[in-house]
Design a protein around this ligand. Structure first.
Ligand code: F6R
Length: 606
């Protein structure tokens, strides 16, 4: 989603800005722009990718101070005018803004009543004019930004650059901004990935912080006045730039990275001697685990599907009530938060605004919340303070694949840990651990020979819709398969617990309708077969994902076998064919599989 990168130093700003934007491309966006200060503020902005922007940039842009932006449209269409940076009327200042201004209608009206003409449809542009009014009334730049933001209801990661002042002013509230200090140069970015080529020494602005950045360093204070407690952090882990290697796309590369990613995720976390899971980052003792009345798992999209697997595993192993919650609904349903309950915010990026707002709600009500996160140092990881890094490594394709596997693996390990504080025996724990340790090899084995994926692609690629079915732990896998195919190939997909199919979705079935059924060799299998027969009787074409060597294979028109494993661990394997079907269907239909239309990698607006 939207990204910000800014620079003030001694080097030429424009190439650094363009490179900063390029490093944030994986987040998804629809337009880009830069503003560079060299006596005047020069703005270049355009709909399209960073490469499209590069094409319209003059060969040389002088100036060593600048701000830049990748925009993912919220207020106003995808147009050059709506792209950031935005200027005030006299072009004496430029702003880039991430976040949403909730009271924009009122603020626009006020500006219009003063005769100010807004040239874009964005909410962000009002900030440029409001700050400008403050400057015209004699306020210092920091004061003008402060006074403006006090009138704003909403979220911001904001950078302001001035024609007359050698500085950038930054402010954050509900949208991340990170300041970086180099030698005689300072940086600001919304994503640590854009900063790490320049410096490891950074400050993550807290909500309500405002900062002046100059060449020699930055000064952070609070919006309401007074100093900020925000300190310097040394970025611990830099993933570097994931290159494609021999793969044509990040999505397929990341699908194939799953065995190795899973190895990293479970390494050191399975304690065979005690038949237990070890998740040190939770800093939770057995007494607290024993006392918990319930576990709530919160996430969006793929993370939500992982939560649904996790909740079933927790109930199965630990016999503790567990729920999976849609993060965007959580806060607004005024949830009852039990202070003894355990809450987990699950997120690949660690920046998802809906998940963040759920965490804030839990904290406000005195609840305990832990992160299950991929991106180290991300906003959610810092806000939770305690949690589990899933160690998937950089996920560049917008559609999440290897993060799902590791979210599920982390939640399974937690289920084991919680179960062991209750009735779950050491012997049973050891049995699961034995199986768990074999999973990376099994994923590898499957990927070496993934079966008739292309036949499945032929069956789904021109379908009006595709139905995904599964039961028990395979029901969220069906949801994940449907989400992936919809995202990457733009095919309408539905997912249902198989038993629910006859209560409605069966009406969709006609001769040749593709139905993807996830039916590993577990206690639900026979029930799922009954649903297959019901689909078949209506002419459906069954794409069956099943355990290797299982006689159930004959139930599928197209049967895809995955290696056998403990039923509890099947989601780690059965999801992979669904990812491959989505990837190849997307390719067959000419879609941009790594950057599907309208989607963003990190969804930083509610
Ligand atoms: C699906 C996908 C999205 C994300 C969702 C949550 O392929 O990528 O549905 O899963 O936006 O993102 P995170 O996990 O970053 O909170």
């Amino acid at each position: 989603m939207c990204g910000i990168f800014g620079y003030i130093g001694v080097k030429s700003a424009a190439p650094l800005l363009v490179e900063g934007l390029r490093r944030m491309e994986y987040r998804g966006y629809d337009s880009t722009g830069i503003a560079v200060l060299n006596g005047e503020i020069q703005v270049h902005k355009k709909v399209g990718k960073v490469n499209d922007l590069k094409k319209i940039l003059p060969k040389v842009i002088k100036g060593n101070c600048g701000i830049s932006h990748t925009r993912w449209a919220t207020h106003g269409g995808v147009t050059d005018e709506n792209a950031h940076p935005h200027l005030n009327e006299t072009s004496s200042l430029a702003i880039v803004h991430n976040g949403i201004i909730d009271n924009v209608r009122l603020l626009r009206k006020k500006l219009e009543s003063k005769g100010i003409e807004l040239v874009s449809e964005t909410d962000s542009e009002v900030l440029a004019h409001m700050i400008s009014i403050g400057l015209d009334s004699g306020q210092e730049p920091i004061e003008a930004v402060r006074q403006t933001l006090r009138k704003v209801v909403g979220t911001w990661g904001l950078c302001v650059m001035f024609k007359e002042h050698d500085m950038i002013i930054c402010a954050a509230n509900g949208s991340p901004l990170i300041l970086g200090q180099g030698d005689g140069e300072s940086f600001v970015a919304s994503d640590p990935h854009a900063l790490t080529p320049h410096t490891q020494s950074v400050s993550f602005l807290e909500d309500g912080d405002i900062a002046i950045i100059r060449r020699g360093g930055f000064k952070i204070s609070r919006l309401e006045g007074g100093s900020s407690s925000t300190g310097i952090t040394i970025l611990e882990e830099e993933w570097g730039e994931a290159d494609l290697g021999d793969y044509p796309h990040y999505m397929i590369k990341e699908i194939h990275e799953q065995p190795e990613a899973l190895r990293r995720c479970i390494s050191g976390r399975l304690d065979y001697a005690n038949g237990n899971g070890k998740l040190g980052g939770l800093r939770l003792d057995s007494a607290t685990l024993r006392a918990t009345p319930h576990v709530r798992l919160i996430g969006c999209g793929t993370a939500l599907n992982a939560c649904k697997v996790g909740r079933l595993a927790i109930e199965k192993l630990a016999r503790v009530p567990a729920m999976a919650h849609v993060a965007s609904e959580f806060r607004y349903n005024d949830p009852v938060v039990d202070q003894l309950g355990l809450h987990f915010a699950v997120s690949q990026s660690g920046e998802t605004a809906d998940t963040l707002s759920a965490i804030k709600e839990i904290k406000l009500k005195g609840g305990l919340v832990f992160g299950i996160i991929n991106v180290v140092g991300s906003t959610i990881a810092r806000l939770c303070g305690r949690g589990v890094y899933i160690h998937s490594g950089p996920e560049q394709a917008v559609a999440s694949t290897k993060a799902f596997t590791n979210m599920v693996a982390s939640l399974l390990i937690f289920a084991l840990r919680l179960g062991r504080t209750r009735s779950f025996s050491r012997a049973k724990g050891r049995k699961i651990i034995d199986e768990f340790k074999k999973m990376p090899d099994r994923l590898e084995k499957y990927l070496e020979d993934p079966g008739p994926i292309m036949e499945a692609v032929d069956a789904v690629k021109n379908a009006k819709s595709v139905l995904f079915l599964g039961r028990g732990l395979s029901s969220p896998v069906a949801s994940e398969g449907a989400l992936k195919l919809m995202e990457v190939a733009y095919i309408p997909c539905l997912s249902y617990p198989a038993g629910e199919m006859k209560h409605g979705p069966i009406a969709l079935l006609e001769e040749g309708s593709p139905v993807v059924v996830i039916a590993p060799d577990d206690e639900m299998k026979e029930k799922t077969v009954a649903s297959i027969h019901e689909c078949r009787a209506r002419g459906a074409r069954i794409i069956l994902i099943h355990a290797e060597g299982d006689e159930i294979a004959s139930e599928g028109d197209i049967s895809i076998a995955v290696p056998r494993c403990d039923p509890l661990l099947t989601p780690l394997l059965t999801v992979i064919p669904t990812q491959l079907i989505a990837y190849h269907a997307g390719l067959a239909l000419g879609c941009d599989v790594d950057r599907p239309r309208n989607l963003a990698k990190s969804v930083t607006v509610e």
